[in-house]
Each structure stands twice: as C-alpha cells, then as structure tokens.
Design a protein. Structure first.
Length: 413
C-alpha cells in the first residue's frame, strides 16, 4: 500500500514538475541580472536615460573636476613654469623660489575653477551624453567580439578612450586664457580608463553570447516554467508556496549580493578622486535592478499568501471558509438580472479566472519598470476582478488542495 501511495505521489508528472521547478529556481537570479543587463546596458536608450543624469549630480561633478584638474596640472607643471618665468624677469633674485609656490597655487586654483565651471555647463552635459553613447555602442561591440569603438581591447585590458573629453577640456581652458593648456600632450595611457581585464571580458562575452538571444524574454520564460511546474504538480497549492519562496530567496540573495558588491566597489575607490561619486554611480547604474528586486519580493509574498490560502492547513481552511461564506451571502442578495448573468457565466468560471490571471501577468510584462507599487496595484486589480467574478457565479464547492490555485485560492479571495 505504501509503495502504491509513493508511486502515485511521485509519478512521471510529479517528477517533471519538481525538475522544472528546480531548474526555474536556479535560473531566476541569472534571468533577473540578464534582463537588467539587456535593458540597462544593451538598450542604448535606457542606458543613456540611466547614466545621463549622473553628470548633474554634485558628487560626479566634483569627481570629474578633480580628475581633470589633477591631470591638467600634472602636465602643465605650473610651479616649474612660474619659476622659469620669474627667473627670466628677476634673475638672481632670492625671492623667486618663495614667490613661485603661491603664484602656482593661485594658477592651479584658477584652473580648477575653470574646469568646475566647464563640467557644470550645458556644453559638458552634451559632451557627456555623446561620450556615453559611444561608450555604450563600443561596449556592445566588445561583447560581440569587436574592437573598433570608444571601448576596446588594449593588451590584457578593456579600456574606455576619453580623448574627446580631454580635447574639449583643453579647448575650453585655452578659450578662457590658460593658453599653456593647448600645449599639453597627454600620453595614450592617460587617455584610457581601464574597465575590466581580459579574463573578465572572456566570461562576459561567453555569458552574452549564450544569453543575448533570450535576455529580453528570460523573465517570461522563467514565469512559464514556474507555471508549468504548478500545473503539473499534484499539490498545486504547495507548489505555489514553493514558487513564492524560491522567488523570495532569489530576490533577497541578489539584494545581498548587490550590497556586498557595492561595499567592495566603494572601498576600492575610497582613496581616489572618484570616491565622492562612487556611491551615486553605483546606485544610479543599478536603480532598475534594485526596484525590480523590491517588486519581486512583494510579488513573492503575494504568491506565498495565495498558495497558503489555497492549502489544507486549518487556518487557511477556516479563513477560506469565512471568505466563501461571506461572498456566497452577498451573491445570494444580488438582483435577479445580475444573478442571471452569473448563472450564464458559471460554466465558464474557471476559464475566466485563468483569463484574469493572464491579464495580471500581461500587465506586469508590459510595465516598463517594475516597482512594489506596480505589483501591489496589479495584485489588487486581480483580486478585485476575481472577487467580482465570485460574486456573480457563487461560491465554489469541493476540496481545497485538489483544486487549482484559481479554484481554491482566488475564487474565494
């Protein structure tokens, strides 16, 4: 008898449901990160919408100003030039060395002020958008194996070429009277910012080549896999709860991973001129992923509650009974005309419930940026439509855990 029970519980259908569920749960973090990468890095419009506003933040402006100013001053070497000028004007003067340092400091301060004004200007914002547009296109070409853009492979490193940015700064300084800036020759090594090394690039290219055809649809594929696992499962309510838990764990682990990575990223830049902008840059670049993780956590909690409500636990059965009884009483008080409509819909109640679920899923898929608010509004809409349908068709009967989620959970919700 026990062997027969085990066989009935673990037939081919149940094993298939479990394997599909495990695969979907394992792929969920990759799907989330891959979809974010597709929308934020590969999608040029979304990338510019993400990084474009960074140039207007005080932290990024300060970091860019300091970096450019330090590079210009290091190449101009104002102290040596002032000493040479004073030496020509006042040969053999004992005060030449004493005057050179404060005069050079004043010139350096003036250069810094001019660079800060340029970085805060509309002209620089246009340059920032152009630079990032070329950088995004170059990054995609590198991921595809190309090497002919603003971002390219140099030796063992992937670098960003900022020649155009330095050229614009030099031109601006010359126009403002710092003519010596026009004579600066910046070595190629100083015109490049290292983004990653070759081994990391090889991994990124492999992942991109493997997942790029389906990145856009990856979350939908994962949803379909979870839905198939629920449909194949003999205990659908339990599988719904398991799905919610899997999504919740994936969201929390990714959030923890992001927090840890941000700490490492900020610590690496804490002693550089980019330290003030590190946190702002990180939070801006990953803003859509963080919002998506928050939405996923809210959705997973709703799924867990829905699965629990359709289960066999005494608390769920009691609450479901109260809901069904209350809705049944309200349904019995409806006018005859509305009751007639409900009677005509009763035979199609189950397909209508699945249609409402599909509507909720479609709304989530068409939402540009998922957020906790969009999840809550969608859940409220689905619950409201299911409640109206239940009022029309009357309370269902039958076992709880043997019903589908639509039959046992949302029909009574």
């Amino acid at each position: 008898m026990n062997d027969q029970t085990t066989t009935s519980r673990w037939g081919a259908r149940s094993i298939a449901a479990l394997l599909i569920f495990i695969l979907a749960a394992a792929l969920t973090p990759l799907a989330l990160v891959g979809h974010w990468g597709h929308r934020t890095v590969v999608d040029s419009q979304r990338y510019i919408e993400t990084v474009g506003p960074l140039v207007s933040t005080p932290e990024v402006q300060e970091a860019l100003t300091n970096a450019v100013t330090d590079a210009v001053i290091a190449k101009v070497d104002t102290t040596s030039q002032v000493e040479g000028l004073l030496g020509n004007l006042f040969p053999d003067s004992p005060f030449t060395g004493q005057l050179a340092a404060p005069i050079a400091a004043g010139i350096n301060s003036a250069i810094g002020d001019l660079v800060a004004r340029f970085v805060a200007s509309d002209q620089f914002q246009v340059l920032w958008i152009e630079l990032n547009t070329r950088a995004q296109a170059g990054l995609v070409r590198v991921l595809e194996g190309g090497d002919d853009g603003t971002i390219r492979l140099v030796g063992d490193n992937v670098v960003l070429d900022i020649s155009s940015l330095l050229g614009q700064v030099q031109t601006f300084l010359v126009d403002q009277g710092i003519t010596v800036a026009g004579n600066i020759t910046v070595p190629d090594t100083d015109r490049q910012i290292v983004l990653m090394n070759a081994p990391a690039l090889a991994q990124a290219q492999f992942i991109y080549s493997l997942t790029s055809p389906i990145l856009k649809w990856f979350p939908l594929i994962i949803m379909a896999m979870f839905a198939l696992a629920i449909w194949l499962s003999r205990r659908r309510a339990r599988m719904v709860v398991a799905t919610g838990i899997a999504l919740l764990v994936s969201g929390l682990l990714l959030w923890l991973g992001l927090s840890t990575s941000e700490t490492v990223f900020v610590d690496q830049l804490k002693d550089t001129v980019f330290a003030p902008a590190s946190e702002v840059f990180w939070s801006t670049l990953f803003v859509y992923l963080v919002e998506g993780l928050k939405a996923l956590i809210v959705l997973s909690v709703a799924i867990i509650i829905g699965g629990w409500l359709g289960g066999r636990t005494s608390s769920a059965t009691t609450l479901r009974g109260h809901l069904v009884t209350g809705l049944g009483e309200l349904s019995a008080r409806m006018p005859a005309g509305i009751a007639g409509i409900g009677a005509s819909l009763r035979g199609a109640a189950q397909p209508l419930r699945w249609a409402i679920y599909a509507l909720g899923l479609l709304i989530l898929l068409l939402t540009d940026v998922l957020s906790p608010a969009s999840i809550l509004w969608t859940v409220a809409l689905v619950a409201g439509l299911l409640t109206v349908l239940q009022l029309l068709v009357g309370a269902p009967s039958g076992g709880a855990d043997n019903a589908t989620p639509a039959e046992g959970v949302t029909a009574s919700a």
